[in-house]
Design a protein around this ligand. Sequence first.
Ligand SMILES: NC(=O)c1ccc[n+]([C@@H]2O[C@H](COP(=O)([O-])OP(=O)(O)OC[C@H]3O[C@@H](n4cnc5c(N)ncnc54)[C@H](O)[C@@H]3O)[C@@H](O)[C@H]2O)c1
Length: 324
Amino acid sequence: MQQTKRILVTGGAGFLGSFLCERLLREKHEVICVDNFFTGRRSNISHLLDNRSFEIIRHDITFPLYVEVDEIYNLACPASPVHYQFDPVQTTKTSVHGAINMLGLAKRVGAKILQASTSEVYGDPEIHPQQESYLGRVNPIGPRSCYDEGKRCAETLFFDYWRQHKLQIKVARIFNTYGPRMRPDDGRVISNFIVQALQNKPITVYGSGQQTRSFCYVDDLIDGLMRLMGTQDEVTGPINLGNPAEFTMLELANLVVELTGSRSATKYLPLPADDPRQRQPDIAVAARELDWTPKVQLRAGLGKTIAYFEDLLSSDRSLAIAAE
Ligand SMILES: NC(=O)c1ccc[n+]([C@@H]2O[C@H](COP(=O)([O-])OP(=O)(O)OC[C@H]3O[C@@H](n4cnc5c(N)ncnc54)[C@H](O)[C@@H]3O)[C@@H](O)[C@H]2O)c1
């Protein structure tokens, strides 16, 4: 039988964090969720509060924390451009000071620690799909740099703690992930399209809509994170986690309209200057090291996500969320 562990999830009230807490509890672990509720919401974890193995601490990880745990999943950081650009200095602090504090904690209590890094460490890539060995092309002084460079520096810290202090580290580079509990106001393409379609408003497509993206359903991603945490000590990553199936924005828009039964038309807007033409993970390492490949097809994942947004919009909880 699997051994019960005490596990800290930073950013546990967020989109990915709340699903991770849920899965860890289902596997009979004790979970401590730490969140400052910047983008996270109580409603994401309210159904877990009755579970005696679940604890929640309101805390900003840019400040030190001491708790006795066996494992740490470090997910705290706003992930969508609208949110991470709202207070860019705090975003860098969350990635960098947050990593220092969590690595310091891991060192002190001898915990294994996993970092939720991002495909944004590749910046505006010159190669497709991106492999982990690609070093990236990142602008250090632009409006996205607080996130991209913050996450790059966090990776540096993880590997220096590994080299210098022999910490057990795991670094996951997460590509676009979607699912229920995304915020309707996060400005990401899937939530935008779904909300526009459900409200029968025009679906806004940039450029010709021929640029492609790949999307991973949240359950697959959480499975990948947990598999990575469960690997032998010598597996450190970085490991790409994402779904390589590519779709054009127009294909995505049409699928959302079909699945919602919407009357929305498509509205074409000029392509923003920094819009990448293509973004796609190479997941050969994850397949080899974790025996992991995503299972959920876009159509099925969108169905579940649409059901969530339908419920959210019909009960007007989005207004409640804005006020939380
Ligand atoms: N969702 C994606 O597609 C994606 C892609 C790449 C990387 N990631 C990474 O995965 C992690 C989770 O992303 P998400 O999509 O769930 O985003 P999210 O914004 O829903 O979750 C982030 C959580 O961190 C909390 N948080 C932010 N700053 C904090 C701080 N200083 N102290 C404590 N808590 C803080 C927020 O309140 C929120 O609950 C992030 O680190 C993100 O960079 C996500």
